[in-house]
Design a protein around this ligand. Structure first.
Ligand SMILES: Cc1cc2nc3c(=O)[nH]c(=O)nc-3n(C[C@H](O)[C@H](O)[C@H](O)COP(=O)(O)O)c2cc1C
Length: 408
């Protein structure tokens, strides 16, 4: 049975372990581009041992961003910034994933540290938000009127999904997750709380899933078959009139028939009026992800409160999860995989890192076994200076220094 540190292969892509960085919107883009900030922040997580690094929800259209400071891939000029990031992640031994999305009625926002409110379409940095129906998310958070999308506008959005996926492949991404969760556009089509359309895109479960399936088809048609296509679904609104998890399982089954390679389950996010949400529970979504795996028969991932190494490892060892996605733990500790490996007694924790870093940490250990991480239980006493000098000499004589990433 695999554990957290076992490689994971999906289609033609192999992750070096089962630890992925979950997408997190960082509000650091200008004109939707990725720049040195993203290179540093994302490169650090790949250098820290994450097998998969997914930057953030990347918008397929300018009005699909959370704020004007968010990343996009709606035009060719944005590809170069992404390509620098994917090359760095690859050089550090990781796989670069992209999360494609559109924020729908939940866009046009201020960054959290500027108030987190929605900006009126009449104000600078604000825009007219669009969604399935003319139902705002609600005051005080997101009070502004929503333009209900016409069928022509829906078809245009699906073309933009496909164009964005083509650019993502050009930029070097090797893993694509569609963002169908958290109250954004696709999630709001899926939810009766936001979608009260009377046409083929509203009403029955089949109709509410139509926007998502058509977006998936549009991307599947252009995204290379050899690369994983995954999806994060808003699979429960925790509201009696919203998305129910049973519906999510059915819809994921349909998506699997349309070429979905993996499901990542998360919350609906279509209302603040949630009844008994589970999102603060440890390993909150693992049992639900496992149900999708059992009933639909495709690999599954999830995030939410898996930052305790033993819990993350148990979710993989039990077979419940194929891949653990970490949000806040990845922000807190770019070297979370090595820390977790040491905590769990992995015999070669530094082997999770790029080979040159691993070489130094294995053969040139400085003043003791801790070297910057908390010491795991039961470590031997630090070497004396003389012992350490002898060990370094022996190591330098016997181990070739690996070259890292040259030319790849
Ligand atoms: C700052 C921040 C930004 C986030 N942005 C996104 C996003 O762009 N797309 C997404 O699907 N989830 C987003 N999330 C949710 C995370 O991907 C993750 O699912 C969530 O934090 C739960 O995982 P955790 O308990 O490991 O933090 C964000 C979370 C944080 C903390």
């Amino acid at each position: 049975m695999p554990d957290l540190f076992s490689p994971f292969t999906l289609k033609d892509v192999t992750l070096r372990n089962r630890i992925g960085m979950s997408p997190m919107t960082m509000y650091h883009s200008v004109d939707g581009k990725m720049d040195d900030y993203h290179l540093m922040y994302l490169g650090a997580r790949a250098a820290g041992g994450f097998g998969l690094v997914i930057p953030e929800q990347v918008a397929i259209a300018p009005d699909g961003r959370t704020s004007v400071h968010c990343a996009g891939i709606w035009e060719d000029a944005q590809v170069e910034g992404h390509a620098r990031v994917t090359a760095m992640i690859k050089k550090m031994g990781g796989v670069a994933g992209i999360q494609l999305g559109h924020t729908g009625r939940n866009g046009s926002e201020q960054p959290p540290w500027a108030g987190w409110g929605q900006i009126s379409p009449d104000e600078p940095d604000g825009w007219q938000v669009r969604g399935p129906s003319d139902i705002p998310y609600g005051a005080p958070k997101r009070p502004f009127p929503v333009h209900p999308l016409s069928v022509e506008e829906i078809q245009q959005l699906h073309r933009q999904y496909a164009d964005a996926a083509r650019r993502a492949a050009d930029a070097g991404y090797e893993w694509l997750e569609m963002h169908f969760a958290h109250g954004y556009l696709a999630s709001s089509f899926f939810s009766p709380l936001a979608n009260q359309r009377q046409d083929a895109y509203g009403g029955s479960l089949e109709n509410r899933a139509r926007f998502l399936l058509e977006a998936l088809d549009a991307v599947r048609a252009v995204w290379p078959e050899r690369l994983p296509l995954t999806m994060r679904l808003g699979s429960d609104d925790f509201h009696p009139d919203g998305v129910q998890f049973d519906e999510a399982v059915t819809a994921i089954g349909w998506m699997a028939e349309h070429g979905l390679d993996m499901a990542d389950v998360s919350q609906g996010g279509n209302t603040d009026d949630m009844r008994d949400p589970i999102w603060n529970d440890p390993s909150a979504w693992v049992a639900r992800a496992a149900r999708v795996k059992r009933e639909v028969g495709i690999p599954v991932a999830t995030s939410w409160n898996l930052g305790v190494p033993a819990n993350a490892d148990a979710a993989v060892r039990s077979g419940d999860l194929d891949l653990v996605l970490l949000g806040r733990p990845a922000l807190a500790n770019p070297h979370w995989p090595v820390w977790a490996a040491r905590e769990l007694g992995h015999p070669e924790p530094f082997r999770l890192l790029p080979p040159d870093t691993a070489f130094w940490l294995e053969n040139f250990r400085g003043h003791g076994p801790s070297i910057g991480w908390p010491e795991p239980a039961g470590v031997p006493a630090p070497n004396t200076v003389a012992e350490e000098a002898e060990r370094i000499t022996l190591a330098a004589d016997s181990v070739p220094v690996p070259s890292v990433g040259a030319g790849d």
